[in-house]
Design a protein around this ligand. Sequence first.
Ligand SMILES: NC(=O)c1ccc[n+]([C@@H]2O[C@H](COP(=O)([O-])OP(=O)(O)OC[C@H]3O[C@@H](n4cnc5c(N)ncnc54)[C@H](O)[C@@H]3O)[C@@H](O)[C@H]2O)c1
Length: 366
Amino acid sequence: MERVGIGIIGTGKISSAYIEASKHFPILEIAAVADLNPAVAQAKADEYGLRATTLDAIFTDPAVDIILNLTIPKAHLEVGLRALGAGKHVYSEKPLGISFTEGQQLVAAARSNNLRLGCAPDTFLGGSHQTARALVDQGVLGTPVGGTAYFMCPGHERWHPNPAFYYEVGGGPMLDMGPYYITDLVNLLGPVARVAGATATPVSTRTITAKERAGEVIPVHVPTHVSGTLIFQNGAVVQITMSFDVAGHRHVPLELYGTNATLLVPDPNHFGGQVELLRKGGEWENVETSLPYGEGTNYRSIGLADMAHALRSNRPHRASGELALHVLEMMEAFGTSMETGRHVEMTTSVERPAPISTSLAEGRLA
Ligand SMILES: NC(=O)c1ccc[n+]([C@@H]2O[C@H](COP(=O)([O-])OP(=O)(O)OC[C@H]3O[C@@H](n4cnc5c(N)ncnc54)[C@H](O)[C@@H]3O)[C@@H](O)[C@H]2O)c1
């Protein structure tokens, strides 16, 4: 199959994960890289034997079919719209935009230009999450009842060299980590009907402890503890908390409850991990994960590869702009619910993405 040319914009921390993982997907050809800071792009290009280009040139580069937008969240809209305007497909890191309105603009621009829009996360395509999906699809849970989703930590300023964006508008634990959990929940349970939420901001500054900028104090402009309830269209009620204010905890990342069973789904920020099942009246069992794209490798770029294959074979891609927009509407709704004291009805909905076809050799997606 003809390879698809990828132009990376934003060669910061996460770009290495994409460049390395792309080696698992022969359809991806990283044609060029660019960054607001040309020296950063050149250094990444030198490290991986790639071609650095200017920000202006990459949008019109004939070798680039898809712009891979790995910039910080508040630049996703500007970079994404410019790429779509230049006739390039776009695959973006999460969140799709820093507000639902921004996400809507990107989805609308892709539609009106007849171009593809994809968005991270793609971890729900990992072997463990697809195993959980297969169990749900087989009806093992019975009628879905509810569940829990927890990501809680003391904050990313412990390890990220430039953590200020996590505390600016467009950052915060919900927009940063919520996409992994909520996207996986939609993959498992389908779309959400309404959201009830509450938020807290216990401190107004954070002190960086990552060695690159240790001791620097950064302001906090967003809630850093976000909690609430997702009410799915199928009736399931899932409690969720995303926080940068918790020293430690003992919740598992994702639990799903059904009338017949409880399912433990591993960390949706990773592709593998142990799936566990408790059938009513039985014992906890470890579920074997024989599906591809699981343990041992960071496959971050599988969503991009799926979109590239989808382009070539003219089928829908799984990590879609519509899915990311539905998730973004939910994530924004926690704050809206806090402000209004009401549940927030979702205006968007989405079909669950098709399960990964396992009939092909690893690296090929249908
Ligand atoms: N760091 C992680 O572990 C991680 C994990 C998953 C997803 N992400 C997501 O990846 C994205 C990037 O995160 P990161 O950690 O790599 O950030 P980073 O700050 O390390 O890198 C971002 C890069 O984008 C460039 N940039 C910013 N604005 C730009 C613009 N307008 N045009 C061109 N380049 C621009 C910056 O110069 C920088 O090099 C974010 O959306 C984040 O949510 C990060």
